[in-house]
Design a protein around this ligand. Structure first.
Ligand code: GUN
Length: 297
């Protein structure tokens, strides 16, 4: 029987533990605050940001949202970032990516105070992660670590293949998998768009993490019998539905499920874990900044 990993259930358990941390902070008069900044009219980005805000509200984190006209000069965004850096009630914030072409993404990431960078994208936080002393682990790879742990998938000594080399998922995922610590110690291969024979690599893997952003790139013929398959993809493909599209992952679920011992669905797998771990980083930021210690899950 293939175990279909339920990101909603696992995420809920972590959120319950985080709610206790939030109570501990509240007893010391600290209310974690998370701000989101959106400089885009991309519907997917709008959806992600509103899901993050809703998750804050549900758990008792103070949510702040700032929107900037996508046609405004980059300066308008930098001024907002500076305000949030200086706001003591905002413990963490993020600028939803992508930003418009006339805004230099790297300058945006560097402008965020690394102590408030709950995405973990600032170069200082990337460096800490690579060095094995992460301050804020990026939410999606951290959520995947938690999913694997909850499903009793031991990574130690396993062959892992990460498909995708993005700064948001692929690179930090590979870095976490090679750490000399629980949830790491995997022999890790990173594949990408220039990989010669992707199937040859993924068929060797005990754990496949598909994060390339191509609909149903990985199918059952590319999966070893008994492997664990984690699907990070959220791709809109045209479909005869009310909205005119449907969401599919980077994995062809049905054929991969026949081979895998454990697999994540889309939706309901990695997605809910990502938001949960953003809440986790916000609670961690509030704890560090206030000096009130909490028992993070
Ligand atoms: N765009 C897609 N994923 C993310 C994310 O995790 N954080 C931010 N800030 N933007 C994104």
């Amino acid at each position: 029987m293939t175990h279909v990993l339920d990101g909603n259930a696992i995420g809920d358990r972590i959120r319950n533990d985080l709610a206790e941390c939030i109570e501990t902070l509240a007893a010391a008069d600290v209310r974690p605050g998370l701000a989101t900044v959106l400089m885009s009219e991309d519907p997917a980005s709008e959806t992600y940001v509103s899901m993050k805000q809703q998750a804050c509200e549900e758990i008792g984190i103070r949510g702040v949202h700032r929107e900037i006209d996508p046609d405004a000069p980059a300066k308008a965004l930098f001024e907002r970032i500076d305000e949030l850096n200086d706001d003591p009630d905002v413990h963490g914030f993020l600028v939803q990516m992508p930003v418009p072409d006339h805004v230099d993404e790297r300058r945006v990431l560097r402008r965020v105070d690394p102590h408030k960078d709950v995405d973990g994208f600032h170069p200082e936080n990337v460096g800490l992660l690579v060095a094995g002393h992460a301050r804020f682990k990026p939410a999606t790879p951290h959520g995947i670590q938690k999913l694997l742990e909850a499903a009793d998938v031991d990574t130690e000594g396993k062959d892992a293949v990460v498909v995708g080399r993005s700064d948001i998922v692929g690179k930090p995922m590979a870095n976490l998998l090679i750490q000399k610590s629980p949830g790491g110690n995997a022999t890790t291969t990173v594949c990408h768009s220039r990989t010669d024979d992707l199937g040859e690599k993924t068929r060797e893997a005990d754990i496949v993490i598909a994060a390339a952003g191509y609909p149903e790139l990985v199918d059952g013929s590319m999966i070893k019998e008994g492997a664990t398959v984690i699907d990070v993809g959220v791709n809109r493909v045209e479909a005869d539905t009310e909205k005119g599209y449907k969401l599919v992952g980077d994995v062809e679920f049905e054929s991969a499920r026949e081979k895998a011992s454990a697999i994540t669905p889309v939706p309901g797998g990695v997605g809910p874990m990502t938001i949960t771990m953003l809440l986790y980083n916000t609670v961690k930021a509030a704890s560090i900044q206030s000096g009130v210690s909490v028992d993070l899950p």
